[in-house]
Every structure is written in structure tokens, then in C-alpha cells.
Design a protein around this ligand. Structure first.
Ligand SMILES: Cc1cc2nc3c(=O)[nH]c(=O)nc-3n(C[C@H](O)[C@H](O)[C@H](O)COP(=O)(O)OP(=O)(O)OC[C@H]3O[C@@H](n4cnc5c(N)ncnc54)[C@H](O)[C@@H]3O)c2cc1C
Length: 131
């Protein structure tokens, strides 16, 4: 980012109406490089994340809000896991249905761990209704 360059983000539990040029108090004296942007980080889990010959990876497979801090890691790991399983299927070492089931289970178990941790963290700060 550079010594005199900052990035910030906030997470609203419900949509909030603030002026588009709103800044955290700590950054009020800084010059914005561009307009603030928004992303919908509603938790999403792809019900069918794999089948014979295909895998759904990255955020398309599992999307949790950035407080989970695993989005980039999951994107990389899901790509490499799907790649490894695809090679095993291509080599004849693994049946395509079994590869898909293995991937789906791996993806969902990881997501459930993150959901459990996130829900616990939000409960501790008084935000109910997660997980
Ligand atoms: C505000 C914010 C902060 C975050 N902070 C963190 C963090 O600190 N740590 C962390 O691990 N994760 C963080 N994440 C999550 C992380 O960014 C994502 O989990 C990760 O980028 C997912 O990678 P991906 O490759 O699956 O998807 P993306 O990075 O979204 O890449 C998908 C790409 O596909 C392109 N695309 C979409 N549709 C099409 C189309 N039809 N044709 C061609 N291209 C298309 C998009 O333009 C994009 O470039 C954050 C997310 C947000 C929104």
C-alpha cells in the first residue's frame, strides 16, 4: 500500500445510510484516491459444488464475509484441490463421481468450520443470528 497510503473497510450487519464520502474519524484528514465501494458479502454456500467433470472453486463455491479472513486461502486451496482431483480422474486413479463427492465434502467441512468460528465471534460481540 505504501507508507502514506491506507485502505479501510467496514462491515454493516444491516444496510446503513451514510453519505457516499463518509470516512472513519481517523481518516478524516486524508485525501481519498477514489469513491468508496461496496460488496455484498452475505454468506453463501454452493449446494452442488462438484459433479463428474466439474468443480466450483473460490467464492463461487463458498462466500463468507471478510472477517473470516480465509477467502483468498480458500480460493487458492480449492483450485489446487480441484486440480489434484481432476488429475487423479484423468489418470484413472479415481472415479469422477468419487472425486466430486470428495471435493464437495472437503469444501463444506472447511466452510462449516469457518461458519462455526465466525458465528462464535459475532455472538461474543453481541450480534445474534449468525450460523
Ligand atoms: C471488502 C473485502 C475485503 C476482503 N478482505 C479479505 C482479506 O483480508 N483476506 C482474505 O483472505 N479475503 C478477503 N476477502 C475475500 C477475498 O477477496 C475473496 O474470497 C477472494 O478474492 C475470492 O477469490 P475468487 O478468485 O474466488 O474470486 P474473485 O477474486 O472475486 O475473482 C473472480 C474474478 O472473476 C471475474 N468475473 C466475474 N464474472 C465474470 C465473467 N462472467 N466473465 C469473466 N470474468 C468474470 C471478476 O471480475 C473477478 O476478477 C475480502 C473481500 C471483500 C469484498
Amino acid at each position: 500500500m505504501g507508507a502514506a497510503r491506507y485502505q479501510w473497510m467496514r462491515l454493516d450487519f444491516v444496510p446503513e445510510q451514510r453519505p457516499s464520502d463518509w470516512l472513519p474519524e481517523e481518516f478524516a484528514g486524508l485525501t481519498p484516491e477514489g469513491p468508496a465501494q461496496a460488496a455484498d458479502v452475505t454468506w453463501r454456500l454452493c449446494g452442488a459444488a462438484a459433479g463428474p467433470g466439474w468443480f466450483v472453486v473460490g467464492d463461487a463455491g463458498v462466500l463468507l464475509d471478510p472477517a473470516s479472513s480465509h477467502g483468498v486461502l480458500r480460493a487458492l486451496l480449492s483450485g489446487s484441490t480441484a486440480g489434484g482431483l481432476a488429475v487423479a480422474v484423468a489418470n484413472g486413479a479415481l472415479d469422477a463421481h468419487r472425486a466430486a463427492a470428495t471435493y464437495q465434502r472437503w469444501l463444506h467441512e472447511g466452510a462449516e468450520r469457518d461458519i462455526h468460528n465466525l458465528a462464535g465471534m459475532y455472538a461474543r460481540i453481541g450480534a445474534q443470528g449468525f450460523g
